[in-house]
Design a protein around this ligand. Structure first.
Ligand code: NAD
Length: 469
């Protein structure tokens, strides 16, 4: 037996014992994840700083606090989430009990990305635990320091019979994916998402794919340039642009662009100083390979802000590009770095046309002084999530689902959505054993009379007036 087979088999045996199903057990494991965050806070912040030059502020907000919020929300609501949901019945089942049981899937595999290495592994884990599953975590090997903390320190907090952390890259993940899992939750690129889905299909394993892509940001005429610039700059350059929901490019007319560029310059200097490389708050590209990829994208269009880089430090200056064409390299792939191209369009119609000609994004942003314009962009496009007049803020709400559509992914999580994602919604009907005479209408020999009675008992009638002639 390979070590992976051994882990999966151990977890499956524990799952089948039923130990993960009780509310007390789930809460104990959720609390254990909370303890890990609390007690290893310093080590986690240090690892994130080493991996991405992530400031304590950004680590605390987007890695630790968001995970803690998920844990607390799950603990606060678990009892009601776990309850069977009783549903409406038809005449034929009036005396029976019909409900949806939220059953755990079994053994889940959670594969994470490197840009928020703690958040992207532990928040899905909160969902898996809440729903009563066992789980294997496979953090990204690119964020090496965070991977090490998760692999070496997290298991001591969790029940080892039900949870495990596996380290490694492509080779290890490929081997792991040969195993049969009951659920796979993947965060990463669309290309690898296809590999995961193909591997899952061999065992008919259901998947959630949290993927990426290019998130458009439309800026309408008449916006307040400074407020808009502050919000776009913050969301684009947070974590040095390595955020799946960061605005990837701006669409606006030339007049708006002329107002936005100086306002963005002003915002960048206010946020990161005259030399962002010296700022403790500005991140670094995660690896030398990723640095080379992002640096090559600086050659598109014309640099109007930033443009500098330092390979040794994996630093790319926050950069704004203008005169960018649809065919430029920077518009062919998700940038995932601190570069913001501006494409000019005549009006909102052209912007919507551009957006709809491309893959459906994970997030879509529209800024306008007129709510009708924001709503118009919302109505005429499709994306995983949408935020009007700001960037990324929609994902701070635990009450909203988080996930993509089309090329940006499938499935969703956060808050109750995580619990539902990791639960099989089992349809249950507990019938009464009496009144057998009523049941005879569905048994052969069939008659016209019994058909009429049966249809009366089971068919849903349309409400109100029928307008179809
Ligand atoms: P990636 O797809 O390269 O890697 C993600 C995970 O898959 C890693 O754990 C990695 O070890 C594993 N992996 C890589 N290649 C594999 C292969 N051939 N076979 C099996 N496993 C493999 O993604 P990344 O570079 O870590 O992250 C960046 C991408 O993730 C971007 O596209 C970004 O938009 C996306 N992302 C999405 C979200 C989201 O919530 N939707 C969040 C963060 C990042």
């Amino acid at each position: 037996m390979s070590s992976y087979e051994e882990i999966v088999s151990r977890l499956r045996t524990s799952f089948q014992s039923g130990k993960t199903r009780t509310e007390e057990y789930r809460i104990s494991q959720l609390e254990a994840v909370g303890c890990f965050l609390e007690e290893k806070r310093k080590v986690l912040n240090e690892a994130l700083a080493k991996d991405l030059h992530k400031s304590v502020f950004e680590s605390e907000v987007s890695e630790l606090s968001m995970t803690r919020t998920e844990i607390n929300f799950a603990i606060n609501n678990l009892k009601s989430w776990m309850k069977d949901e009783y549903v409406d019945k038809n005449l034929a089942t009036k005396l029976d009990s019909a409900f949806v049981r939220k059953d755990p899937y079994g053994v889940a595999l959670i594969i994470g990305a490197w840009n928020y290495p703690i958040h992207l592994t532990l928040i899905p884990l909160v969902g898996a635990i809440s729903a009563g599953n066992c789980a294997i975590l496979k953090p990204s090997e690119i964020s090496t320091n965070s991977e090490k903390v998760l692999a070496e320190l997290l298991p001591a907090y969790l029940d080892k019979d039900c949870f495990a952390v596996v380290s490694g890259g492509v080779k290890e993940t490929t081997q792991l994916l040969e195993m049969k899992f009951d659920y796979i939750f993947f965060t990463g690129s669309p290309n690898v998402g296809k590999i995961i889905m193909a591997a899952a299909s061999k065992h008919l394993t259901p998947v959630t794919l949290e993927l990426g892509g290019k998130n458009p940001c439309y800026v309408d005429r008449g916006v307040d340039p400074q407020t808009t610039a502050n919000r776009i700059v913050w969301s684009r350059f947070y974590n040095a642009g390595q955020t799946c929901v960061a605005p990837d490019y701006i669409l606006c007319d030339t007049e708006t662009r002329e107002q936005l560029v100086p306002a963005m310059r002003e915002a960048l200097e206010r946020f990161y100083g005259k030399d962002p490389q010296q700022s403790p708050d500005f991140g670094r590209i995660v690896s030398g390979k990723h640095f080379q990829r992002v640096k090559a994208l600086l050659a598109s269009g014309k640099v109007v802000i930033g443009g500098g880089s330092d390979e040794e430090d994996k630093y790319i200056a926050p950069t704004v590009l203008v005169d960018v064409k649809e065919t430029d390299p920077v518009m062919q792939e998700e940038i995932f770095g601190p570069i913001l191209p501006i494409l000019t369009v005549e009006n909102v119609k052209e912007a919507i046309g551009y957006i709809n000609r491309h893959e459906r994004p994970l997030a879509l942003y529209a800024f306008s002084p007129d709510n009708k314009v924001v709503n118009h962009v919302l109505d005429c496009t499709s994306s995983g999530g949408f935020c009007g007049n700001d960037g990324m803020m929609h994902m701070t709400l635990i009450s909203l689902p988080f996930g993509g559509i089309g090329n940006s992914g499938m499935g969703m999580y956060h808050g109750k959505y995580s619990f539902d994602t990791f639960s099989h919604h089992r349809a249950c009907l507990l019938r009464s054993t009496g009144l057998e005479s009523i049941n005879t209408i569905r048994y052969p020999p069939y008659t016209e009379r019994s058909l009429g009675l049966l249809l009366q008992a089971i068919e849903t009638k349309r409400k109100g007036f029928c307008s179809i002639q």
